[in-house]
Design a binder for this molecule. Sequence first.
Ligand SMILES: [Zn+2]
Length: 282
Amino acid sequence: MIPRVRRITALCALAAALTACGTVSGDRPAPAASPSSPASPSSTRPPVLAPGPGGLTPVFEHGPRDRGKTVALTFDADMTADQGPRAASGEHFDNPALIGALRALKVPATVFMTGRWADQYPAEARDLGRDPRFEVANHSWSHYAFTADCYGLPTVDAGRMREDVQRAYTSLRAAGVPRPMPYFRFPGGCYDQQALRALSGLGVTAVQWDVVSGDAFATDADAVVKQVLDGVKPGSVVVMHCTRSAAPTTERVVRTVVPELRRRGYRFVKVSELIGQAGTAR
Ligand SMILES: [Zn+2]
C-alpha cells in the first residue's frame, strides 16, 4: 500500500507544475435551462445530488458500495489560463492516444475538462463530447484554485468563482460539446464552505474521488497500476489525467488496469451512473 502522503504529493506535483506549469435524488429535476446552466431543456437530465443545507453545492466522492462491482474512471483535462504559450511551443496538454485506448478497450469514462483546454483543443473537445462512450464535465475555465493554499495554484477570487465555472460551460459549448454534464471538479480537489456556497444555485454536483491514481508525473506505470488496483472498491471513482505532458504513463496504465479490473469482475461506468445509483441508495 502506498502511503497516502505520497499520493497527495503526486497530485500536488501536478497542480504545482500546471501553475508554473491537482440526501440524494436521482430524479430530481435539473435547474431550469439558461445560457449558463449545464442542462439543455430537450436532453435527458442527468442525475444530480440534492443541495446541502442552505442550498450548498453537494459533493460526491464515490457510489454505493453495495450495488455491485462498478468503477468510474475519470480523467482531468488540465490546462491553466496562462499556459497558452507552452501549448503554442508544442507541449501536449491533450492525450489522443489515451482516448484511443479507452475507445479500443470500450471503456466508458468521464472527462473533467477545463474551459481553457476546450479553447485550445476544440476538435478534440467536440469529438469527446459527441461520443456516447464519454461524458464531458466541468473542471473550471482557468484551473485556478477555489481555496487558498491549493498546491501552489493561483487562486480565483471568491467573487469570480461562479463566473469561472460558467465560462467553462461557455467554452465547452463553443467547442461543440453538446451536453456538458452538471458535474464540477474543483482544481486540485480543493474546496471549502465558501467555494461550495459560491457555486450554489448553478445546479452542479461537485465530484471528488476515493482513489488517487498517482499518475501525475509518474514515470513508473507499474506503480500507478498497483495504486489503482489496491485502491478500487465497488462504487469507486478514480482520478487520472488526460494531459500527456503532465501524466505520460496514463495510457499504459489504462491498458493494464482495465483488463485486470474486468478479470476481477468490475464493470466500468460513467460518474452519472454512480450518482444515479446513489440517488436510490437505501
Ligand atoms: Zn486538474
